[in-house]
Design a protein around this ligand. Structure first.
Ligand code: CA
Length: 224
């Protein structure tokens, strides 16, 4: 899952990126509202962590423009302790949640999980299709009750597929949600990982769950 972090305080910005990457998110991070709007024009994010107090274009203005453009990406605002008005304005402007600085990192992670769950229409981080069970928090996978070991990248792609199960996802879309701007592998790499995933998850099992839709991409679903 790919996140955009917008925070103008350099130390906190670096720390957020580092900790979120340790939690296996792909993260782009920027320091201003102007940069945030650029990033948002160029990529698709699964959620935004958006500081309210930014120089120039404020976090609230970024949020307003985002929602004004019909973009419903979940937004978690970071606000100051005395920023009650910002919180209310932010929620009214379409923010999904907020955290008051300073915050505990575990709480940030928990709130992000809620946002991502809600955005996908899920009530749990344990998702399944047929006898495939994926625990997105513990990052474990089972097929037919047997644990399957996946690499970090394989898991990232499987997580994206199962969070969007039944939807056909293009290679481009998959790579844009799984990797951040620092990654230069391109969308062909997706094919390679899909091959690995099929070998580990589908070979020797019925039904097959990872399907190629010619000219369109891949879909995870149970079908005959
Ligand atoms: Ca700030």
């Amino acid at each position: 899952m790919r996140l955009l972090v917008v925070e103008d305080e350099p130390d906190l910005n670096r720390l957020l990126k580092k900790r979120l990457e340790e939690a296996h998110y792909s993260v782009d991070a920027c320091l201003s509202g102007t940069d945030a709007l650029d990033y948002l024009r160029g990529a698709e994010y699964d959620a935004l962590v958006l500081d309210v107090m930014l120089p120039g274009i404020s976090g609230l203005e970024v949020l307003r423009r985002l929602r004004g453009a019909g973009n419903g990406t979940p937004v978690l605002l970071l606000t100051a302790r005395d920023g009650i008005e910002d919180r209310v304005t932010g929620l009214d402007a379409g923010a999904d949640d907020y955290l008051v600085k300073p915050f505990a990192f575990d709480e940030l992670l928990a709130r992000l999980r809620v946002l991502l769950r809600r955005a996908g229409g899920h009530t749990s981080d344990v998702l399944s299709v047929a006898d495939l069970v994926v625990d997105c928090t513990a990052r474990t996978v089972q097929r037919g009750g047997v644990p399957v070991a996946l690499s970090a990248r394989e898991f990232d792609i499987l997580e994206y597929l199962i969070r969007n199960k039944g939807m056909v996802l293009s290679r481009d879309k998959i790579s844009r949600h799984v990797w951040n701007y620092d990654y230069e592998g391109g969308s062909n790499v997706v094919d390679v990982y899909i091959r690995y995933l099929r070998k580990k998850l589908d070979e020797g099992h019925t039904p097959r769950l990872i399907h190629t839709v010619r000219g369109a991409g891949y879909v995870l679903r149970e079908e005959v």
